[in-house]
Write a protein of this length. Structure first.
Length: 302
């Protein structure tokens, strides 16, 4: 009997999946009772797509390639109650998203259920939940409002394109700590000396590895997933990155060593459906062009 490959499991909050800004403003300004009444009164009014909607739609579309062996599952983790969450589930059905499993926690943190569902990536609009997920060892990012949601994925509507920063995201923040403490020359000197020493993995290493496993099921030039490393590193700090990915036996389709240039226009050129970075300044540049997840991990967030 052939064992089925492990599913890629993505957990997403309701505020990441749908545009709940109006509802959240009612909660902030008028309180929980007003929020509950609003959601119940509008439970048959579909919510508009949020920042993570396009990514989720493309992830679920991967299952259409082999209906007998779905490779992706998306879980809803929501701080709504089951009562107020009915509008979210109705919106899922309206938009024809294949999401069946959910946890509604009525205001409590959702992070305990990340492990229970076997999650590989957690996307939320709540920074506290994201930090707790990262501390527990899971890939997680705070979804940021994007100036241009509709532009994402424009390069190839049928292909999922995911971009990552390197240090403190795919890799540990050990090298970034040297840069923060001692400057660029010390950072470059360390990376040259350690060029053949693979870096330790960061919080998104396992998520990238899962994407790579799905990619291996297709010819390289016909993969439904394309990945990119978009890093502020430049030569001579490039070699250690390449050798680390080689040691991990993980393929990155595109690698951009930008030497500190703004990342946003390069992400637009790549056509990223989402980009993950630990530094706020890079996230601000990215969110002008593509959906962006801030990873509050490592020395830049201490």
């Amino acid at each position: 009997m052939t064992l089925l490959a492990e599913k890629l499991v993505i957990a997403v909050s309701s505020r990441a999946l749908f545009d709940l800004d109006e509802s959240h403003a009612i909660f902030e300004n008028e309180g929980v009772d007003a929020y509950c009444n609003h959601q119940i009164e509008h439970e048959d009014v579909p919510l508009n797509p949020g920042v993570a909607f396009g990514l989720v739609k493309k992830l679920l579309a991967l299952n259409e390639r082999d209906l007998a062996n779905p490779r992706v599952e998306v879980i809803l983790l929501s701080r709504n109650s089951a009562d107020t969450g009915l509008r979210v589930f109705n919106s899922i059905q309206h938009h024809q998203l294949e999401i069946g499993r959910a946890a509604f926690t009525r205001g409590a943190s959702t992070h305990p259920y990340i492990s229970a569902f076997g999650t590989h990536l957690f996307l939320s609009a709540d920074p506290d939940d994201v930090r707790k997920a990262l501390e527990a060892g899971f890939a997680a990012a705070t979804i940021l409002s994007s100036a241009s949601i509709q532009s994402t994925g424009a390069t190839d509507p049928a292909q999922l394109r995911i971009a990552f920063d390197g240090d403190a995201v795919l890799f540990s923040d050990a090298s970034e700590r040297i840069y923060k403490q001692d400057g660029l020359d010390a950072f470059n000197g360390n990376e040259v000396l350690a060029a053949k020493q693979p870096m330790l993995g960061g919080p998104f290493k396992n998520f990238l590895a899962m994407l790579h496993q799905i990619q291996l099921e297709y010819p390289a030039d016909h993969s439904p997933i394309r990945t990119a490393l978009i890093t502020a590193r430049a030569a001579p700090a490039h070699e250690r990155v390449i050798r680390t990915l080689r040691a991990w036996n993980i393929r990155i389709d595109e690698a951009l060593f930008l030497g500190g240039k703004d990342k946003g226009v390069f992400l637009k050129a790549f056509g990223a459906d989402i980009f993950f970075d630990d530094q706020q300044k890079h996230c601000e540049s990215a969110r002008q062009h593509v959906a962006t997840g801030h990873v509050p991990h490592g020395v830049a967030n201490e």
